[in-house]
Design a protein around this ligand. Structure first.
Ligand code: BG6
Length: 504
């Protein structure tokens, strides 16, 4: 049992005493993200004064062995080296219940340990069930929690956290929502999209809605197009089993990138409560027309990386990666041109692009302004006078920059672009928490603002599903791009001749 955690002087949030059960506790996600995030919350004194961590998975393991595993994961993946005392207290609060998610015995055992904690505490504790398993188990776990009466706890809250992918199609997402909502109420459900936990994504709202200067030009009259890029230098790595079924569109665009688009395009909410924010995001999504099969080639491009060089290292092509089918037509790159039918945005293209094995990791939103109506200066000697661009860099080098045209010092009127910049690193001098830290804390606080609501996730699928279906009907091979390149030239076809993708 972890009590009165540790570091003083930090913001203490009202977090109700909680037992957190992680399904899939021995998996990769748990190791890399969830356990280190919980440790960092402990480190900051942000966990509730009574907190129990229960890991569950199929493997037989004692509490002691589980604690060793937790410690290893934290040592390897925590953003800060663990403090031995904090770690020790967290481990003391951790236990393990082995079992298969479809077997009743597991839920009886969970009920047993959860009740024990409460007897020890002399009070009811909130319960969070975190599904970090393979997606095929989500519905089974939900049903079993319901069958065992674990969906409700008198005088305390029960919440369920569900990882991505939330289905691999609209039909699956609808089905999963039906399953979830037949057992839980929507307010109990926390669908994770870890991008929403990123500081820079939350800052988008602060930036747009706490500064008066953007609103007057944040619309079709001044903005030419918006480019959202999520580039990765890594390849498929060890995740071929998952990735080779879904590809870039479903892995990143359906969730993270459409969320970024919503943040750029949404109207100011009345307040920042979960429902007001999510209502506004859903409105944006509803404004995106459903792609038609004939329209798909005009708005969507897919491609696969071939062999190439990334960071000076020769790397294999996608189909040569371990675990990938040699004839796979799964895309590792997707570019889309979406429009939003609304007064604010009608006619403004939103270009979305994501890919693996691009030259570097960068996630950014570039808001490209229209050119000035008439450039009165002589162009002689000027270097690249371009319309203003506002770049919101989500990661790395988190910050915001605005390109402006400025006079080059000297006796002639020569102009070139310069940047006005805000960087998190230098402005705040503190390390941002990992997305998962914020999200896990919000689950415990019962704040669903940074989680995807049922209608939101279905709208996201409504946009992506027809593209997936159309591609499934189109035979391969896919356009290729060499690993380490800017992506396939076909992506340029989505743009007008005056537009071009920003360099990655
Ligand atoms: C995950 C995707 O959701 O996001 C991965 O499944 C991707 O394929 C990852 O690499 C990117 O996340 P981040 O936080 O590193 O941008």
């Amino acid at each position: 049992m972890l009590e009165n955690p540790l570091v003083e002087g930090l913001e203490r949030l009202p977090v109700h005493p909680t037992s957190l059960v992680i399904f899939g506790a021995t998996g990769d996600l748990s190791h890399r993200k969830i356990l280190p995030a919980i440790y960092n919350l402990a480190h900051e004194g942000a966990l509730p004064e009574r907190f129990n961590l229960v890991g569950t998975a199929r493997s037989a393991m004692s509490d002691e062995q589980f604690r060793e595993m937790v410690a290893r994961a934290i040592r390897e993946f925590s953003r800060r080296p663990p403090d031995p005392q904090v770690l020790e207290r967290l481990l003391e609060a951790s236990s393990y219940v082995p079992g298969a998610v479809d077997e009743d015995a597991l839920y009886d055992a969970l009920q047993g340990v959860l009740t024990e904690f409460e007897e020890e505490a002399g009070r009811r504790l909130n319960r969070c069930f975190y599904m970090a398993t393979a997606p095929r188990f989500f519905a089974v776990i939900v049903r079993q929690l319901g069958n065992h009466g674990l969906e409700h706890h008198e005088d305390a809250e029960v919440r369920v956290v569900i990882e991505k992918p939330f289905g691999t199609s609209l039909a699956e997402a609808e089905q999963l929502n039906r399953e979830l909502l037949s057992v839980f109420e929507e307010r109990q459900v926390f669908r994770i999209d870890h991008y929403l936990g990123k500081e820079t994504v939350q800052n988008l709202l602060a930036f747009r809605f706490a500064n008066g200067m953007f609103e007057p030009w944040w619309n079709r009259n001044f903005i030419d197009n918006v480019q959202i890029t999520a580039a990765e230098d890594v390849g498929v790595g060890s995740r071929a089993e998952y990735y080779d079924k879904v590809g870039a569109l479903r892995d990143l665009i359906q969730n993270h990138m459409l969320q970024l688009l919503c943040h750029v395009a949404m109207e100011p909410p009345v307040d920042f409560s979960a429902d007001e924010v999510r209502n506004e995001k859903v409105k944006v999504l509803r404004g995106i027309p459903t792609p038609t099969p004939e329209g798909v080639p005009k708005i969507a491009v897919r491609a696969q990386y071939g062999p190439g060089t990334v960071g000076g290292e020769a790397v294999p092509g996608y189909v040569e990666e371990p675990g990938v089918r040699p004839d796979s037509t799964i895309e590792t790159f997707t570019a889309l041109r979406l429009e939003i039918d609304s007064w604010r945005w009608a006619g403004v293209p939103f270009y979305l692009r994501t890919g693996k094995r691009l030259p570097r990791k960068v996630t950014e939103i570039a808001v490209m302004l229209k050119p000035v109506p008439h450039l009165g200066f002589s162009q002689e000697g000027s270097i690249g006078v371009r319309p203003n661009v506002l770049v919101l860099t989500i990661q790395p080098n988190e910050g915001v920059s605005m390109s402006l045209a400025a006079k080059i010092p000297g006796t002639r009127m020569r102009i070139r672009p310069v940047n006005m910049e805000f960087l998190y690193g230098s402005s705040f001098l503190s390390q941002s928490p990992e997305a998962y830290e914020r999200l896990i804390l919000d689950v415990m606080r019962g704040d669903a603002t940074l989680f995807t609501r049922n209608d939101e996730v279905e709208e996201q699928w409504r946009v992506c599903d027809p593209i997936v279906h159309t591609w499934e009907q189109m035979p391969g091979p896919l356009p290729q791009y060499p690993a380490g390149s800017q992506g396939p030239p076909e992506a340029n076809q989505l743009m007008t001749p005056e537009e071009s993708w920003r360099r990655i």
